[in-house]
Design a binder for this molecule. Structure first.
Ligand code: LLP
Length: 386
């Protein structure tokens, strides 16, 4: 089954562009907020890195979620979209001084701190402003996620977080610091995770670490388990709203949260992934030696996931209903990796047809680049194109 698109509206637009189905985005957000309402102490911070299109940010902010930021630019985007600073968390393995200062000026909810040297700098900068920074430590739980190696973050070999052996030492250091308030622990094991068992493994690890802190009479108010819930790239229409019910229930069942504690989540892909498609026009159909190519006006500059992670995005010819033929679907960039899919069955393709690359709402538009001096793709919402 193909997605439905207002192709008559697309004719007026310069391709390639991102098209966002805001009805689906709202439905997805309603599923998230509906589920967390069942647990009084669950808070969700949308991971802005997955998509910072201002039109989407304002819809997400309206739903009441907070924001998970990884740079000063993302903090600015969140504030501009109206996310309250008190609902902003700030992660990242290399926070620059100006970014820390910006976060201190806005008085964000919490820094997710990834090393002792970073903690020192935050303490110094907070002192200079006579402020106290709330911090959570990002602990590397050494839990593998069954996903692509480039998007696994919670293994000991990854650059992220503080190792479990170092946790006590870093906590002790924080407790001594005059301008630091240690409020919690933060984790993130990876992205595009569909096996709930990976989240169960994370919960078990957090339970151990909490016991370790409690044995030392250290009490924390916040646990942040990051993001990572995956989406169905193969069948974008089958269950376009991810199974948030099972996701939150997995944590409710396996994480031993203390009564006073708040549990924070940072989903990105699960919120924005399915509502976006990259819309492109076919420039040429070229006959190769043993195959035919559908050459699009979109390339890896517009959607880099296939080239970078060998990621699958469902490709549909949304103009034609003719019998299918098999194509390698490629872009115009001067690199052999500029391929969206090989041996793809599409309704017979003609020059000028619109092709949709589905499930591209997360890590699509935001990762676009200007390589080859190409213009960045625009993003349009279904609200605008009625
Ligand atoms: N929290 C932290 C600390 C993260 O590092 C990430 C993603 C998230 C939350 C959100 O994860 P999500 O719910 O979206 O899985 N560009 C790659 C994905 C990189 C993810 C980086 N961190 C891709 O296109 O697949």
């Amino acid at each position: 089954m193909k997605g439905t698109f207002p192709t008559h509206k697309f004719r007026e637009l310069r391709t390639p562009f991102y098209y966002y189905d805001t009805e689906l985005l709202r439905e997805t957000l309603a599923a998230v907020t509906g589920e967390i309402a069942r647990y009084e102490n669950y808070k969700v911070h949308y991971a802005i890195k997955s998509n910072a299109n201002p039109k989407l940010l304002s819809i997400i902010r309206e739903s009441g979620l907070g924001a998970d930021c990884v740079s000063g630019g993302e903090i600015r985007a969140a504030v501009k979209a109206g996310f309250p600073a008190g609902k902003i968390v700030f992660a990242g393995v290399g926070k620059a001084d100006w970014e820390i200062n910006l976060a201190l000026d806005y008085d964000i909810f919490c820094f997710n701190v990834e090393s002792l040297p970073e903690l020192d700098v935050i303490n110094e900068l907070a002192k200079a402003k006579d402020k106290t920074a709330r911090v959570a430590f990002r602990i590397n739980p050494d839990v593998g996620a069954h996903t692509h190696a480039n998007i696994t973050t919670g293994l000991a070999e990854n650059k992220f977080g503080i190792s479990m052996q170092d946790m006590d030492r870093v906590v002790d250091a924080a407790l001594e610091m005059s301008h630091i308030q240690f409020v919690g622990l933060h984790f993130h094991i990876g992205s595009q995770i569909l096996d709930m068992g990976d989240f169960v493994a994370l919960c078990n690890r957090i339970n151990e670490l909490q016991d370790r802190l409690e044995a030392r009479h250290i009490r924390i108010d916040h646990i942040n388990v990051g993001g990572g819930l995956g989406i169905d790239y193969r069948h974008p229409n089958r269950q376009p709203v991810p199974d948030f019910k099972s996701y939150f229930a997995t944590y409710a069942k396996n994480l031993r949260l203390r009564p006073h504690q708040t549990l924070h989540f940072e989903p990105g892909r699960a919120i924005t992934g399915q509502c976006g498609s990259l819309i492109s026009r076919v420039l040429y159909v070229k006959q190769g030696t043993n195959k035919q190519f559908a050459i699009l006006d979109a390339g890896f500059t517009d959607l880099i996931r296939p080239a970078l992670y060998q990621a699958y995005h469902k490709i549909e010819n949304i103009t034609s209903e003719e019998a299918t033929e098999t194509y390698d679907v490629v872009g115009p960039i001067c690199e052999s990796s500029d391929v969206f899919g090989k041996a793809i069955d599409l309704n017979k393709v003609h020059r000028g047809d619109f092709v949709a690359l589905r499930s591209a709402g997360a890590y699509g538009e935001i990762m676009a680049s200007g390589y080859n001096c190409r213009e960045l793709p625009q993003g349009y919402t279904s609200d605008e194109l009625v």
